[in-house]
Design a protein around this ligand. Structure first.
Ligand code: PRP
Length: 175
């Protein structure tokens, strides 16, 4: 497969430094609380694994994967679990960890699901918050970085399932 040109957006050091800050904030916010940190596969796998290493309390961890069909507004989109968590979140505090929040529909779906299961609270962390692209009101409580535009890959994020292994986030150029 031909290699596309790419330019660095967030370096490996920038990412790790920001994750250290987020880990310290999360550790303070949940000091005495039962916490479940949930990774939204696949894109969040690297961010999640580095973030939980910077959390000094001892949270439970679990994983979900969702599939999204259709496009356009929320009513024309179907989102469902292809892998659900195995832990109970009843009366526990939850942080959902994703690589990107874009339109917000994935997180809107997950918030509804976890609310229905009786989580004590639910917050969102995302490596990249593309808040200008939001189509439904979702707030990222613990953002790594905000970015207005650009097709980004690396550090978990893919283009056709490739580039996930890179240590930094790059913008991909298709021209
Ligand atoms: C991406 C990303 C989020 C979702 C964000 O997942 O990881 O889960 O899309 O988009 P939204 O805010 O518009 O709902 P993708 O479907 O690319 O799967 P992947 O994580 O396995 O790469």
């Amino acid at each position: 497969m031909e290699e596309l040109s790419k330019k660095p957006v967030f370096s490996a050091d920038e990412i790790q430094n920001r994750i250290k800050e987020l880990g310290a904030i999360i550790s303070a916010d949940y000091a005495d609380k039962p916490l479940v940190v949930v990774c939204v596969l696949k894109g969040a796998f690297m961010f999640f694994s580095d973030l939980v290493k910077e959390i000094s309390i001892m949270p439970e961890v679990d994983f979900v994967r969702v599939a999204s069909y259709g496009s356009g507004n929320e009513s024309s989109r179907t989102i469902s679990f292809t892998k659900d968590i195995e832990l109970s979140v009843k009366d526990k505090h939850v942080i959902l960890v994703d690589d990107i929040v874009d339109s917000g529909y994935t997180m809107a779906f997950l918030l509804r699901q976890f609310e229905a299961r009786g989580a004590a609270s639910i917050r969102i962390s995302a490596l990249v918050d593309k808040e200008e692209r939001r189509e439904t009101p979702i707030t990222v409580d613990y953002p790594g970085f905000t970015l207005p535009s650009g097709f980004i890959v690396g550090y978990g994020l893919d283009y056709s399932e490739r580039y996930r292994n890179l240590r930094a986030v790059h913008e991909l150029h298709f021209a």
